[in-house]
Design a protein around this ligand. Structure first.
Ligand code: ADP
Length: 195
């Protein structure tokens, strides 16, 4: 497993030892392991009595963005809405775990900046599982559908994914246990407050 954690200097008490909320955005390709890790982290935090919410990509698309598709503009609009919701939750003590692809760097940076400007903790985790492994897993059957010509604009295949340049944590889940990724995220949360 490759875990690349940066800038672990905490300026405030660790987010998991206070009632402070945080947004933990897990970005990466479909099937990378974002939801699996987010749910594992959520379970562990909830067991510690923390208020947690997993803002799952597909569920949120139906709830917040039913009219939006997968053009760049629509993806950006959807990501912006999710970021706004996460920030509202995090501001009020919830740890919002967001396993959403968020393929473009601009909206990711804007959400990070919006959190920082109001002192709300924000953590970016790049679940950097390579597309070949994601396609091998093909959890939702999207890669097979794409190969069969039934869908287009699949992130990392024929639609862009802008790799995060400075995530707080980068995890390639290939050949690793889910618990390794969950532990890495929890370690990060235990060590840092807002930027
Ligand atoms: P995403 O939310 O990124 O689209 P999912 O979490 O839904 O991806 O699916 C990832 C799949 O990969 C799951 O079936 C999960 O069991 C599997 N998997 C295998 N190893 C790992 C790992 N180390 N971490 C996370 N998921 C893993």
């Amino acid at each position: 497993m490759s875990v690349d954690a940066r800038d672990r200097t905490a300026r405030l008490p660790p987010v998991t030892q206070t009632t402070q909320g945080a947004t933990v955005w897990l970005t990466g390709l479909s099937g990378a392991g974002k939801s699996t890790i987010a749910n594992g982290v959520a379970q562990r935090l909830a067991a510690d009595g923390r208020a947690v919410e997993v803002l799952d990509g597909d569920e949120l698309r139906a709830a917040l963005s039913p009219g939006l598709g997968f053009t760049r503009a629509d993806r950006d609009a959807h990501v912006g809405r999710v970021g706004y919701l996460a920030r509202m939750l995090a501001r009020h003590g919830v740890i919002a775990l967001v396993p959403v692809i968020a393929p473009y760097a601009g909206p990711r940076a804007a959400i990070r900046a919006a959190h920082q400007s109001e002192g709300t903790a924000y953590v970016e985790v790049h679940v950097a599982t390579p597309v070949a492994e994601c396609a091998r897993r093909d959890v939702k059957g999207l890669y097979a559908k794409h190969a069969a010509g039934q869908i287009a604009a699949l992130t990392g295949v024929d639609d862009p994914y802008e790799t995060p340049e400075a995530p707080h944590l980068r995890i390639d889940t290939t050949g690793t246990d889910v618990s390794a990724g969950v532990d890495a995220v929890l370690d990060l949360l235990h060590q840092r407050g807002p930027e």
